[in-house]
Structures are given as C-alpha cells and as structure tokens.
Write a protein that binds this ligand. Structure first.
Ligand code: ADP
Length: 483
C-alpha cells in the first residue's frame, strides 16, 4: 500500500470534510508492478448530491468573492503544488506509471495554470462599455456560471484538473470533481494540499469518486449544476451531450485526438525526429496530443525512417520510479491489448516493422510495450483511424501539400497536428488548411497555460488555457442603465 504524508485517507471530500470510509471501495493499481496500492471509497449517489448542495451553499452570487480573494486561492494552490511537487510526482508515478521526472514536471505544469489564472484574473473585472447605446450606460459583469462538475481522465492526473479548477476558482464557481478511477490518489493529494494550505472555504471544492455512471448521472440530472467540463473519450463526451440536452447544460469537452505529424523533405530531419520522440512517447504515448499518424514526404522517407529507428532503439522501457526510464507501462490491460492489436493489424495489412518486436513474440505478462515503428501505413489500418494511445509510431508517405492536408484531415478528430518544414509560407498554408485547434510548426510541443487549447470537430468544445480558458466558467451579464 502506498504511504505518503499527502494520503492520510482514501475517501471523498465534501463541504470541507473528508467523507467516512465505506465498505464499497475500489482498488488502485501500480501499473508497473501490478500491486494494489490503495483501496478508495466509492461514493453513493446521495453523497454526490450532498457535494452539489455544499457547492450551492458556497456559491456567492449577491456578494461575490472579491477578485483578490479568488486570486489568493489560486496563488495558494500554486505555491502548495510547487512546494510538494516531488511528493505529488511520486504519487502520480505510482498510480499512472509515467517516469518520475515527467510526473514531477506535470506537477509544475499544473502549478502553471493556477499561476496564469492568478496573474490574469483582472480580465474578469466588470467594465463599462465606451459606447452609450439605446440611451443607456452599459456595464458588463462576468458572473460565475454556478456549481460545476469537473470530470478528468487518468493520463494527466494533476494537469487536467489544474486546467479546469484554476479557471473555475478564478470565476468563483464551486466544483464537484470526479477523477478517473485509475488515478484518484493524485487528486486526493491535491485535496489534502487544498485542505491544509489554502483559505478556500468549505463547499468550494468537493471530491467524489467511484462509479462513473452513478456520479455522471447525478451531475447530468441535477438542475443545480449548469455546466460540466469533461476531458476523456469522444464516446463518453457524446453520452454527456445526450444526457445534458434536456437541461441545456453548458459543456466544455476535450475529447479524443488523432494527431497528424507531417514532415516535408525540406525540414530539418534531425529536429523533426527529436521532436517526434519527445511528443510521441510522453506519458508512454498515452496523451491526446501524441502524434498518431506520421506523414513523411516521399524523398525524405528513407532518411527519416532511419533517424527515427535509431532513436527509438535507444529508448528505455521500465518502472517509471527507476532512473533513466523513458517509457513506463500502459495504464491497464485494455490499453496494452490495443497497442498490440494496432501493430498486428498494420503488419497484417502490409505495413513493415521498422523498429520494435514482432507483436506475437510478446508474452503480455506485464503492461510494458516496447516502442515500435511501422512503415507503409494506409487509411484502412486501425492505427490510422483510431487513437493508439501507446508507443507505436505509424508512418505513411505522401507527395504533395494538398494530398497531405487532405490526409491529415481525414479523421473525425481535430485536436493537435504538427508540421515540419523550412518554408514559412507553406507552414502557414498547411496550418490554415488543417482543422486542428493546435498546429505545431517545427515543434512537437503540446499545450501551455498561456495559450488557448482545445479541439475542432469531434475533439471537443471550448478551450482551456489562455484568456479564452479563463472565461470558460463565466456567464457574461449586461446591465444597461437607463436613468
Ligand atoms: P479514458 O478512455 O481516458 O478512460 P473515459 O472517457 O472513459 O476516458 O473516462 C474519462 C473520465 O470520465 C473518467 O473520470 C471516467 O470515470 C469518466 N466517465 C466515464 N463514463 C462516464 C459517464 N457516463 N459520466 C460521467 N463520467 C464518466
């Protein structure tokens, strides 16, 4: 069982109190060892309702929390995360499996969102419009939308909640937070920090864990929750749209991706290969911005494939707690099976294995999958259509700019894309043609607190980060004054 000063109980947190431990619990595993590291309380539907009620009682509409108070909450969380980054990283590594240094880096990334919102919260001040319209003076107020449900996935156990919670607190919205059942411990640790090190009042932040269907139903059905912010699969996102339609809830959705990574022959191929490695294998390939389809211009394919294979063969796979590990385990059996299925399917349909083991040679006794590169990928292969969410690099070749933009867009998703070329005009044309919310040019970097990030098409609705993200939980209200 995991031991940590930040994990003194394994229960929910409602109205400023930890909930009692229950007989109904679920297990949390370390994916690197298969060990059970905690048993966590599964909350009932009634407790989720209590969390919403606690949120309602913390919501201040007629006497809003002053901007300075909200700024202080954000700074307190930022400082607590920064001070405890090593411990957060250790817990995160134990339940997710990503390398320890990467896990600690995620704690810093999370702190960055609280810092950004604290620095930019002034954008939420009410202001008077310069124009006198309809013979009135107009002021615009930015009201908190109300109690919000924040539902997060397992792939960034601290990063994803930071994006949502920072903006919700900046807006003055109480929240009911549901982490993924694979990674609730990092969230419990965050709540310990908020409980111990911040002045956030009871009811502003509530933690519920357990069966997604039970918790999701209460959040969707409650008229007291006007908005849900969800990061996860497109399938569940679609379900939430259906389940909230009757009440016309606001939804912020960050869903699946199927990122194209496009390498033109004029690009710096070493830089492209280095960036692809950093992008593709972050979190073991389990991020929605990981390159999922690599398009390489014909004449560069042989050279690029070789550079990539050399780098992939140097990568180390193992327990993220150990020194020098680049890639940890997959999160669970289903995740591992999907990677093997994608490699096998690609090879069956004519792809060539450029690096990595033959899929049939793997015993599957653990959750480690060696990084693999497959060339000759075509649109009929599963790895082209679906997000692999694992350490597979599938490569296809292309000839022209128009052809590769069409191929990149040949997916229902539109989250992240990358283009490598030395030609600035071409980069601008290709970026404009790609229907993706984030297009890296000569970089494989992902989102940052300073910039709005989100998906087009089936990749979602809304943006997190940047000033746009700061406004996600806001209802603008106008007051024209007629006297
Ligand atoms: P992933 O494939 O990354 O596990 P999911 O979409 O299955 O993504 O899960 C993302 C988050 O959504 C998790 O916290 C999960 O428990 C939660 N979730 C899954 N189904 C529902 C649902 N019907 N209502 C609300 N939350 C759900």
């Amino acid at each position: 069982m995991i031991q940590s000063p930040l994990l003194t109980q394994f229960t929910g947190y409602i109205d400023g109190q930890w909930t009692p431990q229950t007989d109904d619990r679920f297990q949390v595993f370390n994916p690197a060892t298969g060990d059970v590291i905690a048993e966590v309380a599964s909350l009932s539907a009634d407790q989720v309702t209590q969390a919403i009620e606690a949120g309602q009682s913390a919501l201040r509409l007629m006497q809003p929390y002053p901007l300075e108070t909200r700024r202080r909450w954000l700074e307190e969380i930022r400082d607590a995360l920064t001070e405890h980054r090593d411990e957060i990283g250790r817990i995160l590594c134990a339940e997710h499996g990503k390398p320890l240094a990467e896990a600690k880096g995620e704690a810093d990334y999370a702190a960055g969102f609280f810092d950004y919102c604290a620095r930019h919260i002034g954008a939420l001040e009410p202001h008077e419009l310069p124009e006198r319209a309809r013979n009135c003076r107009w002021t615009v107020h930015y009201r908190p939308i109300g109690v919000v449900g924040l539902i997060t996935p397992w792939n960034f156990p601290i990063g994803m909640i930071a994006k949502k919670l920072s903006a919700a607190l900046a807006a003055g919205c109480p929240s009911v937070i549901k982490p993924a059942s694979e990674t609730p411990l990092t969230m419990i640790a965050l709540f310990s920090l908020m409980d111990q090190h911040t002045s956030i009042p009871p009811g502003m932040v509530n933690l519920v864990m357990g069966k997604a269907s039970v918790i999701g139903k209460v959040l969707c059905d409650s008229p007291e929750v006007p908005m849900l912010s969800f990061t996860g699969s497109t399938e569940v996102g679609r379900q939430l749209i259906l389940d909230t339609a009757q009440q016309v809830k606001k939804l912020a959705l960050e869903l699946g991706g199927n990122a194209p990574f496009i390498v033109f022959a004029d690009a710096d191929l070493d830089a492209a290969a280095d960036n692809l490695i950093a992008n593709k294998f972050r979190g073991g390939g389990q991020t929605c911005v990981c390159a999922n389809r690599i398009f390489v211009q014909d004449e560069a394919m042989a050279a690029f494939g070789q550079k990539l294979a050399e780098r992939v063969e140097r990568m180390t796979v193992g327990n993220g707690m150990d020194d020098g590990i680049d890639i940890g385990p997959l999160i669970n059996r289903a995740g591992w099976d999907k990677v093997r299925r994608h490699v096998s399917d690609a090879l069956d349909k004519g792809g060539q294995l450029v690096a990595g083991p033959a899929p049939d040679s793997l015993s599957g006794d653990d959750l480690f999958y060696p990084p693999s590169v497959v060339a000759g990928v075509t649109p009929d292969m599963a790895c082209f259509r679906e997000e692999t969410f694992g350490p597979l690099v599938p490569m296809a070749s292309f000839r022209t700019e128009d052809e590769v933009v069409a191929a990149g867009n040949d997916t229902e998703f539109g989250l992240a894309a990358y283009v490598f070329t030395a030609d600035a005009e071409r980069a601008q044309r290709v970026a404009a043609g790609l229907r993706f919310g984030h297009v890296g040019w000569n970089t494989g970097t992902g989102p940052t607190p300073e910039a709005p990030f989100g998906g087009m098409k089936a990749s979602g609705i809304g943006r997190e980060g940047g000033v746009e993200g700061l406004f996600e939980f806001i209802e603008p209200q106008t007051i024209p004054r007629g006297d």
